[in-house]
Design a protein around this ligand. Sequence first.
Ligand code: NOJ
Ligand code: NOJ
Length: 581
Amino acid sequence: MRTFVVLSVILASVSSALAQTASAAAYVVTESPIAKAGLLANIGPSGSKSSGAKAGIVIASPSTTNPDYLYTWTRDSSLVFKAIIDQYTTGLDTSLRGLIDDFFTAESTLQQVSNPSGTVSTGGLGEPKFNIDETAFTGAWGRPQRDGPALRATALITYANYLYGSGNTTFVTNTLWPVIKLDLDYIANNWNQTTFDLWEEVSSSSFFTTAVQHRSMREGAALATKLGVTALASTYTSAADSLLCFLQSYWNPTGGYITANTGGGRSGKDANTVLTSIHTFDPAAGCDAVTFQPCSDKALANLKVYVDSFRSIYSINSGIASNAAVATGRYPEDSYYNGNPWYLTTLAVAEQLYDALIVWNAQGSLTVTATSLPFFQQFSSSVTAGTYASSSTTFATLTTSIKTFADGFVAIVAKYTPSGGGLSEQYDKATGAQLSAADLTWSYAAALTAFEARSGTTFASWGAAGLTTSCSAGTSTGSGSGSGADTVTVNFQETATTTFGENIYLVGSISELGNWDPNSAIALSAANYPNWQVSVALPPSTAIQYKYIRIFNGAVTWESDPNRSLTTPASGSANENDTWR
Ligand code: NOJ
Ligand code: NOJ
């Protein structure tokens, strides 16, 4: 009797694993052409659902009411075209060249359109969305959003690198580079400024934004070097070094996850972080945690915490085993359309896992650390920290289970895709029915990139391999690309209780600290609230003054006098532990 029960449990779980794998595989076959066609239908001027859009303009969705998404967002468009450019430059689809050139022209036009965020030289590049006839959108909105220029630069740099490599150097230098350079300079000049997050709701610093800015600065530096603009290359590299340092501060070691935003007053568990992992995946970077690669211990620990945060809040997830795939959304506190799962976020979980499998298989081993142990224990309760070669049964057990787990997320998306194959933005947390914007271009791109990762396809590296940071205690100062570091790290911590929506910033007497300008103040992370924290690269052996400020709805409150002061060390790092006064 007991044997029978155990056996039937095993059989049931084997057959459900096979069923998930089979339905994911079948879905990839049927949905791939639908997703590709759905994406192309949303690009002007001849996409079948994008009438009125200028050439190369990506509409977010053809939906004009509830919600009105008939606009072009720099983020959505750049992510969509990154997928298109990857397909073109790797030879997967050589018919896309004309569309890419249209996109380039459209974006270079939009860069020059004065808008509520400013002109091209006064901040206008941070404007999140435009009308589809390439005029400015002037309504109220969460602006600026500083991920857009970085994502656009990354897409165009991928194209530029390909053309340069195929001998088209004049076109890259004379045509592409001036446009790419505008976005790169904007990031280099504004990376430490407050931004709205990718969900257009929270104004603070945001992990996704910092990470994609970091990527764009690395790639931008490499392209500048190739084109012989070495002064710019070092400007971008030094911004990249600072960004990589700041990126580390989003990690919450107590919770074992990445806190998505420094503001916002939420748990910080957010698809923001999973999207970061897939959009900064570099197959050459192994499982490096410094850039939160998909198979890094931090990104895997984070993935589990993120996924688990949706298990009990969506009723379509009820009854699903605690180690099986579920529907996931933007963040558990989401209330947009009452808060539902999104296709693009559920697909992102699958993609991160497929990316991880690509690297483990390529390197022939997999490492479990204390940080990633809870993630791996989902698939083998007895697994312990260690490195497992691909010849081991542990490697086989874990990778097989993780592939099944990943396919499970695709199977969830398949289950809630209506028969025609169209993908909207959201699906209902209780019924699974489609909700919000129909035919969301980003949903289709998310399906295509997840499917590509499932098949083991990888795209060009961006220079994440071997990066190190001087931020963590004990490591010597140094920069990612080997240029001699001329900064030291100061770890600022300020204990301050705040009200919902209020954030703590650091400002001081030197340019690295914003020259006392609150608009240039550096945001601190609330990952360990009420201890706000940020690590800043500063010149060595320098006397500086500083203060913390709190910003609430744009209103600035300064700490009381006198100014705080410190002299930075000659090398290494220093800690400043302060309390609000
Ligand atoms: C529209 C934004 O695009 C969406 O991300 C946000 O959740 C809602 N406005 C509510 O703020
Ligand atoms: C709302 C999403 O939150 C935002 O990320 C996106 O850019 C817009 N919708 C358009 O798709």
